[in-house]
Every structure is written in C-alpha cells, then in structure tokens.
Design a protein around this ligand. Structure first.
Ligand code: NAD
Length: 481
C-alpha cells in the first residue's frame, strides 16, 4: 500500500497484525438518509481482541524505540494516502453519518490539518531542578497498547486525532469504530496497515459487546474514549479494574450567552449555524441560547429568519445544513424530545413538527426547531437532545445567567457574545467548562487542548497536553556528586 493506493469502498475487513482479517459473522450499517443497507463489515469477538492485543504487545518494544521524527514521517505518509482518497472518504462520511456533503468536506479537511499538525508536536523533557548537587528532569514515556473507541458523529476526524496522538507518542493503537459508522475508520486503518509495522495500528469492528472486551482487557494500558457521558462512566468503571489510563471526551450542553451589547448581525448567523450544524449531533453544538432581555425580541426575529433559511434534507446536496439523525435509535430519542413540545406546551417558533417524513419519505429527518423561552427546569434546557432542537432563553442579570449556565452537570464548552471584549472575557472565564469562546463558538486548533469539565469528560485531547495523556510522566533524578 502506498500514498497513491486507491481504496475499494465495497469490501471491508478488520486489520490484525498487518493483515486483513475477516470474521465468520458480519453485519452492516444503514445510510440514515435513505435507510438503505451499507456494505457488510466484520463482527470481531474475544479471539480477535486477544490476537490484536498480542500483536500490539509484540510490536510495542521496537515501535516505542523509534524516534519522534520517524513516527512523524510515517504519520505524514498516512495523511498523504488519506488525502489521495478524498472523494471516497467524503462520499462514505456522507453515507455512513448522514451529514451534509459540505460538513463532511469540513470533517475531511480538519482530518488532514489535525493529522499533520498533531504529528509535528513533541513532548519535550523539562529540567525542573538544576542545583549544584542534582538535576531533576520530568520526561514522558510511551504507555504501551491503547484502545481508541470512536463515536458515530465525526468518525474520521476523531479516529485520526486518537491514532495520531497514540502513535506519535510511541504507543500501539487498536481502533474500535462505532457500530453505526465503521466504514471510514476501517479504510483509514487499511491504509495505515501498509505504512506502519504489523501490530502498531489495528482495527476491530464489531457489535455492542466489543467495547467492554477492550476496556476489560488486562494487556491494554490506555483507553481513549469519545462518546456519551452515560457510556463514559461505564468505560471508567471498567478501566478502574486494571487501572488503565483513560481519556474521556463526553457529551455537552453548551451555552451561548448573548449580551445586550452583542453585534447581532454577526452573532445570529453564527449562533444559529452552531446550534444546527450536523443536525445538532455535535458535542460542542450550541444547545442553550441565553439572550439578554433588552435584545431578546430583535435576536429572536433575526434567528427565526435565519433558521427558516436553513436547508434540511438530502445530505448529498451541498446546500444542506441539516441532514438526517444518524441512526434509528437516536431518531427515536429525538422524536421523544419533540413529543414533549405538545405535552409541555412549549412554544416552537420555528419547526416543531414531530415527523419530517412529509418532506423526505425515507430517512431519519427532523425539522430544525427553536423553542421560545421554555421553563429553565425543562428537559430541553437540562438535557443534551443531540438533534436539531434548541431553546432560546431570556436573562437580565449576569450572576443569574452564569448560575443557570453552570448548574448543568455538563461542562464541555460555552460562548459569550458582546462588543465589550473585556466584559465577555470576564464572563467566559467564569463558565465551568473545558473551552470558553468569546464572539465565536466551535473554534478548535490542533495545538490547543480540548476536553470537558464535570460530566463532559476527563483529560484532554489535542495539543501537547493531549499527547501527554498517552504517556507516563517519569521524574529522573541525577546526582552530580
Ligand atoms: P456512545 O457512548 O453510545 O458510543 C461511543 C462508542 O463507545 C461507540 O464506539 C460504542 O460502540 C462504544 N461503546 C458503547 N458501550 C460501550 C461500553 N460499555 N464500553 C466501551 N465502549 C462502548 O456515544 P455515541 O452515541 O456514539 O456518540 C454520541 C455522544 O458522544 C454524544 O453524547 C456526544 O456529545 C459525544 N461526543 C463527545 C465528543 C467530545 O469530544 N467531547 C465528540 C463527539 C461526540
């Protein structure tokens, strides 16, 4: 396999010890836009997990001794190979996730950017004590074998972040894609298997029982997990039994706090886009919009206009922002949230219909929906709906809005919108979350750590901090005597 390898998107296999590995049993994903079956994929079992772990353990001693520069060179080869297959990856991301082709293009471009930039980072030794008698140096060593457990919403980008972070730090990585979106992940590792030594990077696709087989395995040292807070807690409990290192990137209930002096012409389109991007199925989408009472009505009017212009429908159409919900189970959960509109008497100022099949007869579609000023304690404010429905809420007092934002158990991100940057920064610093933005939301960079406070996660991905999560700190004392 070389950088110019053209992938075959009709046939899929696991990768174990550098070899294509089929399984007796297979299953398939569903295209959420059409409800049609996607190609068959393997269903890995305990024997496959054991074989992959054994191969990774055998590969680790030599791989961890390679230099950072050698590892970066191989990772860049992988990025080149992915880039050469852009059309196939984007097409498959659209088919397996249901996200619009322009959002899939964004995921692909971020994959290339983050893949290269993370591979260029280095975790340097730090001399912390240098006295006449001693030097005390903080260094970091590779952990061993890591499992990368990936969700269904941004499969290619999130998998790339995990494998790049794991491999550049000298670890071996076993990828477990979401059963809903195994396709782009299996192809990514298929490309990688032609570039890296056997056992260094492997992929196992399977059913719901596969994740626990990895988190329980005594010879896995690290689990890098992205998914729901519910599953994240189970992962942490399972990892605790063998004291595995664990990074958890979990759900969010991000706020946007719009101040009375915000530039509404700029804030409204960005806030609305960041509420509905990916059909609301992104951890750091805006899920609660708090608008100062003085500008509530003009903000609402502009938001309604903008939201009505948002295109919902076929993800293959480049102008679509809101594609289908990714899977039938999630569709059921989002429909349940929509059914509360009538039951609770919420005022849907845009959308609100329970079923979008009148527009699209097939596929898991829901209309973009905005709920006007529901009670603070309502489910739509307190829970992560993970669908295209967002509450608009009123505030008048800074302390009060901060308390309402921070009462959430979630703490992934939040943004403050004001022309007075000093005021906005002061408020943003008081949000209890892993990432605070001012006059923007969603901005990420491979050099800047990302992760959640409270129930939104543990540890960080990205930046040198993210790489350190794949390493064990070692303090080295050297006597000068
Ligand atoms: P999920 O928790 O259902 O599944 C995530 C992954 O965990 C899948 O690969 C799944 O097969 C696996 N899994 C399921 N049960 C497991 C178990 N007991 N042990 C080990 N692995 C197990 O999440 P999802 O529905 O795929 O993703 C949506 C959630 O992910 C949302 O809550 C979203 O906010 C969150 N998310 C967070 C981030 C972030 O960076 N913080 C990014 C994307 C998504």
């Amino acid at each position: 396999m070389t950088a110019s390898t053209t992938l075959d998107w009709t046939s899929y296999h696991n990768t174990i010890n550098g070899q294509a590995a089929k399984t007796a049993k297979t299953r398939h994903g569903i295209n959420p836009a059409t409800e049609e079956a996607l190609p068959e994929v393997p269903v890995a079992g305990q024997d496959d997990v054991d074989a992959a772990v054994e191969a990774a353990r055998a590969a680790f001693p030599a791989w961890s001794k390679t230099s950072w520069d050698e590892r970066e060179a191989l990772l860049n080869k992988l990025v080149d190979a992915v880039e050469a297959n852009q059309a196939g990856f984007v097409d498959m991301i659209v088919k397996e996730t249901g996200k619009g082709v322009s959002t899939a293009g964004m995921e692909f471009a971020s994959t290339i950017k983050f893949g290269r930039a993370l591979a260029a980072l280095r975790v340097e030794d730090k001399v912390l004590v240098d006295s006449a008698e001693m030097t005390g140096t903080l260094r970091h060593v590779s952990l061993g074998v890591g499992a990368a457990i990936v969700p269904w919403n941004w499969p290619l980008l999130l998998c790339t972040i995990k494998i790049t972070s794991g491999l550049i730090t000298g670890n071996c990585v076993i990828v477990k894609p979401s059963p809903f979106t195994p396709y782009s992940n299996l192809k990514l590792v298929e490309l990688a298997s032609g570039i890296f030594p056997p056992g260094v990077i492997q992929a196992l696709s399977g059913g719901d029982d596969l994740g626990p087989m990895l988190t329980e395995h005594p010879d896995i040292d690290k689990v890098s997990f992205t998914g729901s807070s519910f599953t994240g807690k189970k992962v942490m409990a399972s990892c605790a039994r063998t004291l595995k290192r664990v990074t958890l990137e979990l759900g969010g209930n991000d706020v946007a706090i719009v101040c009375d002096d915000a530039d509404l012409a700029k804030a409204v389109p960005t806030v609305a886009t960041m509420a509905f991007l990916g059909s609301g199925q992104i951890c750091m989408d805006i899920k609660r919009i708090y608008v100062h009472e003085k500008v509530y009505e003009p903000f609402k009017a502009a938001l309604i206009d903008f939201a009505k212009s948002i295109k919902m429908g076929n993800p293959e159409d480049p102008t679509t922002l809101v594609g289908p919900i990714q899977n039938a189970m999630q569709y059921g959960k989002v429909q349940e949230m929509f059914s509360e509109i009538k039951k609770q008497g919420w005022n849907a100022i845009v959308g609100g219909e329970l079923d979008a099949r009148t527009v699209q007869p097939k596929g898991y579609y829901m209309h973009p929906t905005i709920i006007d000023n529901p009670p603070e304690e309502s489910r739509i404010v307190q829970e992560e709906p993970f669908g295209p429905i967002v509450p608009l809420l009123k505030w008048s007092d800074e302390e009060d809005v901060l308390a309402r934002a921070n009462v959430s158990k979630m703490g992934l991100g939040g943004s403050v919108w004001s022309k007075d940057t000093e005021r906005a920064v002061r408020l943003a610093q008081r949000l209890e979350c892993g990432t605070s933005w001012v006059n923007c939301h969603f901005h990420l960079d491979p050099n800047v750590p990302f992760g959640g406070a409270k129930s939104s996660g543990l540890g960080r991905e990205l930046g040198v901090t993210g790489l350190e999560g794949w390493m064990e700190p070692q303090s080295l004392w050297v006597s000068k005597a």
